[in-house]
Design a protein around this ligand. Structure first.
Ligand SMILES: [Zn+2]
Ligand SMILES: [Zn+2]
Length: 254
């Protein structure tokens, strides 16, 4: 199994995972040309994607999905709640499939386990993706962790983990108070220490990759995110990868 990011943050997200000839894109918050250019950087053609999995209806995740999927004839999977929230955007499209956020399913060689998360969307999920031998956990866009989230991520071989903000930077930053409250709230985004707490509570014995993702450009730095996660894992900060907004991250082999 290998995975890579096309970019991550409030300006757009997309992550590609592949194993055994199946290649899925999780979210596409980029326009058609940008997404194709970002895939090309990873050596991929859009038409080589087996499916697109959507996490939730926020524009930085679903914004580019309808046009990209229609242009390249790629099937789309999203929870029934997400589809209800974006039905207008997918109107007239074929190859759009709904699922319940609690039900695992398979796409080709990949086992897709949706993980419901607390976030201010209709039926948001994140994903654990397995190929029978290895499992990748992808967790962004949640306000707080839950027992179910941690049970799902426990024992994964690789994790992409939201480190949205540093709490002090958010509190002291320039965002208006209501926005600060939304981000820090139960249905907002995970801060560095909360992400580190997840690592401290789950089984990390199989972990070979940890990537900090969805970093706020305004309220976080890669150094702070790395330091928080490294402290939880007792590893050196440079072992923690960063999913950049502009460049994502390059292929990681699991
Ligand atoms: Zn997001
Ligand atoms: Zn979101």
């Amino acid at each position: 199994m290998r995975f890579a990011s096309l970019g991550s943050g409030s300006e757009g997200n997309a992550l590609v995972v592949e194993s055994g000839g199946t290649r899925v894109l999780i979210d596409c918050g980029f326009g058609i040309r940008s997404a194709a250019a970002r895939l090309a950087r990873l050596g991929l053609e859009p038409s080589s994607l087996t499916a697109i999995l959507v996490t939730h209806e926020h524009s930085d995740h679903v914004g580019g999905v309808p046009a990209f999927a229609a242009r390249h004839d790629i099937p789309v999977w999203a929870t029934f709640g997400t589809l209800a929230a974006v039905s207008a955007r997918f109107e007239g499209m074929t190859g759009v499939y709904g699922f319940d956020g609690h039900d695992p399913f398979a796409i080709g060689a990949l086992e897709i386990t949706p993980v419901p998360v607390p976030h201010d969307a209709r039926e948001p999920v994140q994903y654990v993706i397995g190929d029978g031998a290895r499992r990748l956990g992808v967790l962004t866009d949640l306000g707080v962790s839950t027992e179910h989230v941690e049970a799902s991520l426990s024992g994964c071989d690789a994790l992409v983990l939201e480190c949205n903000h540093d709490l002090a930077m958010l509190e002291n930053g320039s965002y208006p108070y209501p926005l600060k409250q939304r981000i820090a709230g139960r249905l907002g985004h995970l801060h560095n220490e909360a992400a580190a707490d997840i690592l401290a509570r789950i089984d990390t014995s199989r972990l070979t990759h940890v990537i900090a993702a969805h970093l706020s450009q305004e309220n976080n730095t890669p150094e702070l995110a790395r330091a928080a996660l490294a402290a939880a894992l007792a590893c050196t900060p440079d072992w923690i990868g960063i999913a950049e907004q502009a460049t994502g991250f390059d292929w990681r082999q699991v």
